[in-house]
Design a protein around this ligand. Sequence first.
Ligand code: ADP
Ligand code: MG
Ligand code: ZN
Length: 715
Amino acid sequence: MNSALKVLRKYYGYENFRGDQNNVIESILSGRDTMAIMPTGGGKSICYQIPALLFKGITIVISPLISLMKDQVDSIKDLGIGAAYINSSISQSEILNICSDLKNGDIKILYVAPERLESTDFCHLIKSMQVSQVAVDEAHCVSQWGHDFRVSYTYIWKFIDDFSKRPVVTAFTATATEEVRVDIVNQIKLNNPAVFISGFDRKNLKISCLKVGNRFQHMLNYIKTNGEQSGIIYAATRKEVDSLYEKLKANNISAGRYHAGLSSVDREKNQEDFVYDRINVIVATNAFGMGIDKSNVRFVIHYNIPKNIESYYQEIGRAGRDGETSECILMFAPQDIITQKYLIETSIQSPERRINEYKKLQYMVDFVHYNGCLRKYILNYFGEHVDYEECGNCSNCIRKGEYVDKTVDSQKVLSCIYRMKREFGVNMIVDVLRGSSQKKVLQYGFDKISTYGIMKNYSKSQLSNFINTLIAQGYISLKEGEYPMVILNSQSVKILKGEEKVVLKEPAKAEKIITNSDLFEILRSCRREIADEESIPPYLIFADTTLRELSSRYPVTSEQMLDISGVGELKLKKYGNRFLKIIREYVEKNKIQPSWFFKGDLQKNHEGKSNKLKTFEITINMIKDNMSIEEISRKRELTVSTVVSHITKYLEEGEKFNLNVKFDNLFTIDEENKVLKVIEKLGLSKLKPIKESLPDNISYDKIKAIILKDCILDN
Ligand code: ADP
Ligand code: MG
Ligand code: ZN
């Protein structure tokens, strides 16, 4: 086994490298400058931390944010790795302590704020040590093209240039654009760097775009349904943040807020409450997020349209860093485009840049109206080739929600607008359609037009929701101005003439992103207790993924616990006993046979199974604990087919428990459709002819999984 992998397993407790991690690390270890571009949550930190441990001297990590730095250092110290940070919050005497630790070799990784590089004292100090690597995290901050430009990043090259023996220089970012990449190489003066660019897809993020009339109500339902989960709500302006915050509080939601109008003390406190799981949701402007490494953010809601795809993707990227299923919901209302245009007009001086921003905003608006796969749209925007038509995990690919023909009701609304002759806001139209006898309505003589009172069957809020939905869908336009006025457009004309139908999808009911089992909840409160005792955020102790694995595999010995992803040697030593005790009690009480869940023990326990779980029941338990088929097959070292056969057996035994089977990325919607079509023709009796009528890349595993899915839907 190579030494990097050993470190990964021993310290981090992870079984294998992800994506490019191994290649990046090898490149760094060979002494070559290296730049890695990986999506948020891709695991960039490990790429410079493992070489830092294997190199002789120290590694300096340049990182832009103080809050980020503290959490990062806490998290590696918690793994048993010597680390420290220096920024403006650290006193001179502490700095001296750190320096002596550096000299003694007690500290392998030193995080510094870029401003430090401007201090000659500091540079002098550093130059007297053996530095083997300078790692620049969030390297896009060096680029004026990026969104987080920092002047002090432009001094990095000088800092490196002054070493008598040049260290290996490495740079990391999630920003994908070509301009930024080129800037990083030039500005930091990377020396013939090896460049690694990973795919940007974040498969665990479900991407939804909703055009609902009543956004707040929808959001509230969603948050209530997902009560115990962490989420971020982005809004376009401070005013909107404040108003949403108040409304959520009034509805008893545990919420905080964050925007540049709050004092820095309040901002810091609210951010910390969120990171430490003291509040569930935070309502924020786009000022919030950099410096949030919290790995268990389960949803990100955009209450307003963001200014461009870059910001949008970065913001939704804050969900699901731990790789768990997470959801991103964009709620669209056309008024928001007007807000964004206003922000461009008032905040950008240069005419060229303004045009550029308008262009980017248009891509964002097109995204909202796009009918194809939303994930594919985004990846294509970043220049990434995608070889599927449907991802199966965005609101356009998931065929949930009922379609209803609303053509006649739409025609009523449109013809009313037409007959009112002048321009009005939504409320006035609602009043006329509902036959209100308000003074203004009568004054204009609207009680005389033929559409007066023809939609009394709608309540006031239902009707205004309906009209807002028509606006969101583009069947009516809004005219910009102090008060948005409703006007007809070419789309409206087609509807009025009966040339096109209005078919609306009723938005699917708010659903739970993920269900926590009771053991998960017990372990989670234990994690919180420890976090309080140690004053570090809970996710740093164990990620949600680790808790989930603990709660579905039931390790009861230290050895078994080490087999859980995210449990390294030090964490086992520090926290193992507390968690093991809980699991042992749980296993005892619920008569679970834990050793079934670990390799090697499987065969041993095959005999004498009378009062133990049958192998297929273990699979079912894991399904109930929310693990996907792929995960189960990996954890239990069974083929996908076997796992599928377990579920089938369970169903055949007549169990009617509502199984929520996660098929994840086992097959695409496209493949599913193909298989279903063939089955319709050939029937289900034999698999071989089905396989032979399909393209080669559709394996037996896939076919079996698709059949299972179809069968579950039928149940
Ligand atoms: P980035 O900086 O690229 O956004 P991080 O370095 O913060 O991502 O890593 C995100 C999460 O993924 C962390 O919780 C980290 O521990 C986890 N992680 C990183 N590498 C692996 C791996 N090889 N296996 C499992 N989890 C990993
Ligand atoms: Mg990072
Ligand atoms: Zn899709």
